[in-house]
Design a protein around this ligand. Structure first.
Ligand SMILES: Nc1ncnc2c1ncn2[C@@H]1O[C@H](COP(=O)(O)OP(=O)(O)O)[C@@H](O)[C@H]1O
Ligand SMILES: [Mg+2]
Length: 268
C-alpha cells in the first residue's frame, strides 16, 4: 500500500496500560483513503487496544502510546485527548453495542449528532435511508429493541457525527447470521456510497475477509501478517487457524487446532 494513499497511519506503536503492562509492541497499520481494512486476531490479541489508541479512549483506561506515532491526514494525533480526536472526525464504535437504554432510538441518534452542529435533520434522513429498521423503531426505547437493531443504532449514531474515519469493534458479536449479513451489507454501502474509510475489528475472519480487501493479523500485541484478503484466504495458516479449514477444505477437529496453536508456525 503506497504510504501517501493513507488517511490513517499507525507507525510502530507501543502501548502500555498503567505505565507497566506492555500490550502493543511495534504495531504498524495503514488505512487508505476511502478503504476498508480489517484487523483480525484472537481474544486478547490487542485489537480493541489498537482502536482505543487511535480514538484516544485509551487515556480513560490509564493506557498510553509510549513509542511510535499515529497520523491522521498527516497530523500526529496520539497525544491528543479523545474529544479532540473525535472532533477531527475519528469515531469509534466500541464493542458490545452500548446504547442509551432509556432514550428512544431517535434520541440515541441525536446524541451522536451533537459532535457536529447543523444539518441534523439531513443526517438523520441519511441514517434512516441506510437503516430503514431504525426509522420503524425510532420512538421505541433503545433498551427494548433487538440486539441487531441496537448494533444498527450505534453505527447510525456514529454516522450522525459525519465520520471521516470509522473504527468498528466486532459488530457481528453475538448476532444471528442473517442479521450479521444485513449489517455488513450496510457497512459496505456506507464505505462505498458515503466514502467513509473503515478500520474493522472482527473475530469472524471469513466475514471480515469478504468485506475488507486488505487485512492485518494480530497476535500477542504484534502484527504477524498483513496482505490482501484474496491472498490471506488462500494462505494455509489462515485457513487452518482462523478459517478452521484443512488443505482439503474439511473442518479441523478442536484437537488439531489446539495442536496447531501450539506450533504457531508463522508467529515466530
Ligand atoms: N485497561 C486495561 N488495563 C490493563 N490491561 C488491559 C486493559 N485493557 C486490556 N488489557 C489487556 O490488553 C490485552 C489486549 O486486550 P484487548 O485490546 O482488549 O484485546 P482484543 O480486543 O484483541 O480482545 C489483554 O491481555 C488485556 O487483558
Ligand atoms: Mg476486543
Amino acid at each position: 500500500m503506497a504510504e501517501n494513499d493513507s488517511i490513517l497511519k499507525i507507525n510502530n506503536i507501543e502501548v502500555r496500560y498503567h505505565e507497566v503492562i506492555l500490550v502493543l509492541k511495534g504495531v504498524s497499520i495503514a488505512v487508505p483513503h476511502g478503504g476498508i481494512v480489517a484487523l483480525l486476531g484472537a481474544n486478547g490479541a490487542g485489537k480493541s487496544t489498537t482502536l482505543k489508541a487511535i480514538s484516544g479512549l485509551l487515556h480513560h483506561e490509564e493506557g498510553e502510546v509510549t513509542d511510535g506515532s499515529i497520523e491522521f491526514v498527516g497530523e500526529r494525533i496520539h497525544k491528543l485527548g479523545a474529544e479532540q480526536i473525535s472532533k477531527r472526525g475519528i469515531i469509534q464504535i466500541i464493542e458490545g453495542r452500548r446504547v442509551f437504554e432509556h432514550l428512544t432510538v431517535e434520541e440515541n441518534l441525536m446524541v451522536g449528532g451533537h459532535l457536529r452542529p447543523g444539518g441534523l435533520k439531513e443526517r438523520l434522513d441519511i441514517v434512516y435511508h441506510y437503516f430503514p429498521r431504525l426509522k420503524e423503531r425510532r420512538n421505541v426505547q433503545a433498551g427494548f429493541v433487538s440486539g441487531g437493531e441496537q448494533q444498527m443504532c450505534v453505527i447510525g449514531r456514529a454516522m450522525m457525527a459525519k465520520p471521516k474515519l470509522m473504527l468498528l469493534d466486532e459488530p457481528s458479536m453475538g448476532l444471528a447470521p442473517l442479521l450479521i449479513k444485513e449489517i455488513f451489507e450496510i457497512i459496505q454501502r456506507l464505505n462505498r456510497e458515503e466514502k467513509i474509510p473503515i478500520l474493522l475489528v472482527e473475530q469472524n475472519v471469513k466475514l471480515a475477509l469478504t468485506v475488507a480487501p486488505y487485512a492485518y493479523v494480530m497476535e500477542n500485541g504484534r502484527i504477524v501478517m498483513d496482505d490482501t484478503s484474496e491472498r490471506l484466504k488462500e494462505n494455509p495458516d489462515i485457513r487452518d487457524f482462523y478459517l478452521g479449514l484443512t488443505d482439503v477444505g474439511g473442518r479441523k477437529s478442536f484437537r488439531d487446532v489446539k495442536h496447531y496453536k501450539r506450533r504457531k508456525r508463522w508467529l515466530t
